[in-house]
Design a protein around this ligand. Sequence first.
Ligand SMILES: [Zn+2]
Ligand SMILES: [Zn+2]
Length: 645
Amino acid sequence: MSAEKLKLVLQGGSQVEVEPGISARELAEQVNGDLVEKAIAAKLDDEVIDLARPIERSGELKFLFEDDGDEDSLYVLRHSTAHVLATAVRSLRPNAGIGFGPPIAAGFYYDFDVEHPFTPEDLERIEARMAEVIAGDDQFERREVERSEARQLFADDPYKIERLEEIAEGDVISVYRDGEFLDLCRGPHLPSTGRVKNFKILHSAGAYWRGDERRPMLQRIYGTSFFERSKLDEHLRLLEEARKRDHRVLGKQLDLFSVQEDVGPGLIHWHPKGAMIQFLLRRFLEDELLRRGYDFVYTPHISREALFRRSGHLQAYSEVMFPSMEMEGEKEDYRVKPMNCPGHMAIYDARQRSYRDLPIRYAEIASDYRNEKSGTLHGMLRVRGLTMDDAHIFCRPDQVEDEIYGMLDLVDYIYGSFGLQYGLDFSTRPAKRIGSDEVWDQAEDALRAAIERRELNYAVDRGGGAFYGPKIDVKFLDAIGREWQGSTIQLDFVLPERFGLTYVGADNRKHRPVMIHRAIYGTFERFVGGLIEHFAGSFPLWLAPVQVRVLPVSDELADAAGSVHEALHEAGLRAELDDRSETLSYRIRDGELQKVPYLAVVGEREAEGGTVAVRKRGAEKKQVVLPVSEFVGRLAEENRNRTLG
Ligand SMILES: [Zn+2]
Ligand SMILES: [Zn+2]
């Protein structure tokens, strides 16, 4: 009995009938010989497959090419480069254990179990060996095997065996070989190692097997790979730019913050200069909130577990909460708060509210604690102790649109003050949700209407909302084009229900208020981390912890410099007097390294004339002489206007 032919729809819509088992490569040869040269893989419906893989079902078939700009093509390249990396490591260190080696957004990595971390010299040797593997142009050969055979093939690779045993009974088990290297892998891959051309090994770091700190620490090597040389070069340039802006490095250099292992990972210590930035951000926002009709509240950091049972956090969120604290003589355990909503609900619920009281806007700059996995912590960007500029708005359904509009206006005002470009993601109802379609219609319409009334562009994430309500995420772009998570505006139908919140309407009946959670900065940790990288540490005057340093040329001029310092201080500017007995050029250099916006040098001529020689950070003209009063006035104005440049 001859098998039935397969029907494949090719790009452009033409249809071919082929024998089952034909490979995409053979098909390409039949259709157009030139294709074979350029193709790297194929896509059968949604599944990306090797060119050499036998096709066993009908469907739409598309070829992937080096230069098609398709994400899938890049993934195939990067996954294949990860195998080339493992091939090189195994040939240099035959005893290295192998973990996972996936493609990731900007490249790939591979985890190895080795006795010592890789040194930079090791990485160079590995990169050189990879070039040899590529020159060898070995084919990536796929084979499907029985579980028993796979167990033998990977008998010496415990991590692969662990993975193998997770593959469900009946699922295909495939292995890929290139040269000497064999991997348990679903693929797909390039036809051969020679198709990898422009790659770079970037760095290595310890990584727990499967991100679990109770499992062995492996060494993860990161790299990236592109089809075009120019794209690799551009990517490396951006990485270098990002490296120079790394908030962890600048945080140390500028003495802004620290994380101390003995105290605990993910817990930020704000040093005076970093704390000054946080203070300025708080004051800026809080002044604005008062103008916009918010009330400030403060809620306890710990509470009985009952509060979080009522809110549902204990049931749905407990893995992120710190463990419960037993209290002597108390009938119930306590918890430290992971968020502030329950406390704000409790304040709302402390007395009966009328429709005339609404909207009620509670704002709290609050410390919350979340037990994030230690492997995911990253400087200020992912922490366990976080400071939110949180607020909860309780309003009537007919007030939602105006409230959202007001929040978008606030976002625009605040982000504009930092010169940040931003975009909105609007996430709508997911399949699994609570609340009637009518309620969702009303809520989504109100959000959309508010966005459109402000004439903002937005992307719709259909089905991306939380089960308890639609939301708007604000993402801002930094100076080198990277996207950062900023504000969130989240509607919530669940919490008012769980807490039984009501207000008395004009009809004298009780109604359920709508609740909106929102944070403008998000957390101070992540926002300041983002600002450090955006400004590369060179904060605009109004945000700079130290705005100006006064430098007397010599000891004899200390008094004259002191009175300049005094005048700046009196004008409300953050000035420092650098009268250390170092040379002037040393002190100027230090001021530049500390990225102080202005250095005011006082020499003999300046002291006599009541002037200062001003050096503005980054200015082309090195030095401008100004009368002290004019200098102070200019800075005060720049400070007041929050001038960016
Ligand atoms: Zn693989
Ligand atoms: Zn909340």
